[in-house]
Design a protein around this ligand. Structure first.
Ligand code: ASP
Ligand code: MG
Length: 804
């Protein structure tokens, strides 16, 4: 025998009823033996409660009562509910006259909802020639006289149930009213709200059913509420113990008391969906899951009460006094944490009891106030409790760190004695984000990384396209979901919390809005976006002014823009301090070597204590090409330069390369990596542009390139044999001091040397360290170009995503 229970939502309308009938019919046809337990339809119980309230307050209730009756009869005709409706009419009339009602009366009122619903289903089944029998549970389940929340008397109830099912056995489908019962005086009682589940598990117990199938309107139990966590997954199987934890922490399908009769007889419980009944649902058995199951649940409508005072620390019996005082007034404390904080003691109560709790404690601790052991009792209402069920403390640091990284600092946390359950109190407005962050972390389902890209020129634009193109692959391989929620230029931003599409370029023109940085921050906040990264692909100083603000609002930074690292050392420090304080990261691997793994290598060496004594190399792709070619070909300098310009190897105004500032900046960035506090002014730069050509428009300069020829021809000819020219950056001196020497200059080196061997537009970096001596670590390769740089930025993004 299987017990099928259908909840109010399954029975709410014609569509639901038909689905319920189909399910029953299918089972009957298959020859399965079943009994059906029903709730009242839809919100009937709530409606009846409301009408009762109106009646007792002498308000007019007739309209609502008529609507109630109409609802019950709307979809199906020819069923006689006159008895139930008459009962209701009389009860309400009496209550209205008296201006009062007892719990006993209330149970009589509420019970009609279940009676109507069971009658209806029985009727329809009979019409379909199914041998259905309306079974009023008031003649089956006997309870004590605690109206509204009655306790079943097992022995009597069981006798009734067993003998009833002996009489109506075989092919009969008993359609049993849930929720309602009667006491030994035959007065109607109810088992508490949502009590139909309880009725069903009692029947299962008494009849030794093989399974209890609880039909709901969802596909089962999820790892978190799918309305709040889109990534939530259905749990296929869990144990009663685990289910019990879930019930306790607010999963309203289950209640501890309904599970106990099932555990007693080892009867599996299956949570199914009436509207998708082919789905296997969630199976709950006594079998303990080896790996343990995890899920998140949320308690809302709670408040955090804080008892503050240094004098409480280490004092014996404070908890007991709190519990006792509150219990005395029936206030239930759900989480308590004494932590290590100086805040004192915090605990969670139902929101509507918070004020009362405060008053009670003020009385209880009155004398402690005088002694100043207690300094205050405060209430925080805008909070929620997240429970991570199945989480022990051994790897709790993972979700915890992820929360902190996302700027969610729990107000209080606590783990159960069994150590398999951690609860956190968070601010309500952070609930959404917190849930998604924790969920992503503990289930290692794709972690969503929300990216804002500033600047969509050559590098930025390429980056957007690269990310969009490989997002799917990365999600599959690395379980990282890269979501570009903003693309912005200096005037407009395109915002889409679900990610910009391949048409982002035209979208930004059509749908872009003018914005400030705060708008972007606010957008991320409003949409609960987690794991935020801001990428600077501009070349301007303007945007660097927003770095600190972004960091303070939870963004990690990635930048291909060198400017931020070459502004004053003060700014450099300030940014680092803010990063540290907010536990954020700033990656800029492309600043010096474009796609080459340079910064990372230097950082690693430096951090590991390896003494870097010198860094030297060709840092500029444009100047690399220029001198590599000029050194070995018998052509005037201007001709080679023109060729580099034509190939797009230089900036539109090549003087930006030739002046040496770009190399100077790169060198400065490397120096600062070694904790040297140099300023840009400290860099000694050999400017390759003759004085007379430095001022004026680019156009004028481009017409006078040949004026460069004489100087460079002379330099070339003055070299020793088998030597070549290279424009290098050189960081040297005693690098353990506060500042190092930074030179940017044109040098002549043996063609056979590492520097002399550089080809094309490659960059080369020689890193000299104490332990490697004269043998430098060499990093060499394509050090420029939009695609390479974009790849490098992409690499930084992935590095953050994987770490975070
Ligand atoms: N109809 C009752 C209620 O709404 C019992 C139930 O639904 O299980 O509480
Ligand atoms: Mg219900």
């Amino acid at each position: 025998m299987k017990i099928l229970k259908f909840g109010g939502k399954s029975l709410a309308n014609g569509k639901g009823i038909r689905a319920v009938i189909d399910i029953i019919e299918e089972k009957v046809k298959k020859g399965e033996r079943i009994a059906v337990v029903l709730s009242a339809r839809g919100n009937s119980t709530d409606e009846l409660e409301e009408i009762l309230e109106k009646a007792v307050n002498n308000e007019s209730y007739q309209e609502q009562l008529d609507a109630f009756k109409k609802y019950q009869t709307a979809d199906f005709f020819g069923i006689d509910f006159s008895q139930e409706f008459d009962t209701l009419d009389k009860l309400f009339e009496g209550v209205s006259l008296l201006g009062d009602y007892s719990k006993r009366i209330k149970d009589q009122v509420l019970s009609q909802g279940e009676v109507i619903s069971a009658k209806l289903i029985t009727h329809i089944l009979k019409e379909k020639n199914i041998n259905a029998h309306f079974a009023d549970s008031r003649s089956l389940i006997v309870t004590d006289a605690q109206f509204g929340d009655a306790l079943p008397l097992d022995k009597l109830s069981k006798e009734n149930v067993v003998s009833h099912f002996e009489k109506y056995n075989g092919t009969t489908v008993n359609v049993v009213t849930g929720f309602i019962a009667s006491n030994t005086k035959n007065e109607t009682t109810t088992l508490g709200r949502n009590g139909s589940n309880y009725t069903a598990s009692l029947l299962a117990n008494y009849l030794d059913a093989e399974e209890l199938q609880n039909f709901t309107h969802v596909n089962g139990i999820y790892t978190a509420n799918p309305d709040l966590v889109p990534n939530a997954k259905k749990i296929e199987k869990l144990s009663f113990t685990e289910a019990n934890e879930l019930a306790y922490f607010g999963a309203n399908i289950l209640h501890a008391k309904t599970i106990i009769p099932l555990i007693e007889k080892n009867i599996p419980l299956r949570i199914l969906n009436t509207f998708d009944h082919k789905n296997e649902g969630t199976l709950i058995t006594s079998e303990v899951n080896e790996k343990g199951i995890k899920s998140l649940s949320v308690l809302e409508n709670v408040a955090l009460v804080n008892l503050e005072g240094r004098g409480l620390l280490g004092k014996v019996g404070v908890d007991a006094r709190i519990f006792k005082a509150l219990a005395h007034k029936n206030i239930n404390v759900s989480i308590i944490s004494q932590g290590s904080s100086e805040r004192g003691i915090g605990f969670v109560v139902e929101a509507d009891q918070a004020q009362e709790a405060k008053t009670i404690l003020e009385q209880e601790f009155e004398s402690d106030f005088y002694k100043r052991d207690v300094s205050g009792i405060t209430i925080e209402k805008e909070v929620s409790v997240i429970s991570i069920i199945g989480q022990d403390l051994s790897n709790f640091h993972k979700p915890y760190n992820a929360l902190i990284k996302n700027q969610v600092v729990p107000l209080l946390f606590n783990n159960t004695v069994t150590g398999k359950n951690v609860s956190l109190v968070v601010r309500k407005k952070q609930l959404h984000r917190a849930l998604n962050v924790i969920h992503g972390e503990i289930f290692e389902i794709s972690k969503k990384i929300n990216i804002a890209i500033f600047g969509h020129g050559l590098v930025g634009g390429t980056l957007v396209d690269q990310i969009l193109k490989s997002a799917e692959q990365i999600e599959k391989r690395k379980k990282i979901n890269l979501n570009i929620f903003a693309v912005a230029n200096s005037r407009k931003a395109l915002l889409d919390k679900n990610g910009v599409s391949e048409q982002w370029e035209s979208d930004i023109v059509e749908k872009g809005v003018s914005y400030t940085i705060d708008d972007i921050i606010q957008y991320a906040d409003e949409h609960h976006l987690e794991n935020l990264i801001a990428i600077d692909n501009t070349a301007s100083q303007c945007f660097t002014g927003s770095y600190v603000r972004l960091v303070e609002h939870g963004f990690d930074l990635v930048s291909s823009n060198k400017v931020a690292n070459t502004l004053s050392f003060d700014f450099y420090k300030k940014l680092r301090v803010s990063l540290e304080e907010n536990q954020k990261q700033y990656l800029y691997e492309t600043n010096v070597g474009a796609g080459l793994p340079l910064i990372d290598t230097i950082k690693l060496l430096h951090l590991s204590g390896e003494n870097i004594t010198r860094i030297k190399g060709v840092f500029s792709g444009s100047l690399s090409y220029l001198f590599n070619t000029f050194s070995v070909e018998d052509r005037p300098f201007s001709q080679v330069l023109q060729e580099a310009i034509d190939k797009g190897f230089t900036e539109p105004d090549p003087r930006e390369d030739l002046c040496g500032n770009d190399v100077g900046r790169k060198l400065l960035i490397l120096a600062r990596e070694l904790d040297l506090s140099n300023e840009f002014e400290d860099v000694v730069i050999h400017n390759l542009i003759p004085e007379q050509l430095r001022a004026g428009e680019a156009k004028g300069f481009l017409e006078k390139l040949s004026e460069l020829d004489e100087v460079f021809q002379k330099i070339k000819e003055d070299q020793k044999a088998d030597h070549v020219l290279r424009y290098i950056g050189d960081l040297w001196g005693d690098l353990s001091q506060e500042k190092g020497n930074l030179d940017v200059k044109l040098v002549s080196v043996p063609q056979s040397s590492a520097l002399g061997q550089v080809k094309g537009s490659d960059s080369i970096f020689e890193i000299y360290t104490e332990s490697y001596g004269d043998q430098p670590i060499v990093i060499q390769g394509a050090g420029a170009g939009a695609a390479v740089t974009a790849r490098g930025v992409f690499g930084d993004v992935l590095r953050l995503a994987e770490k975070g």
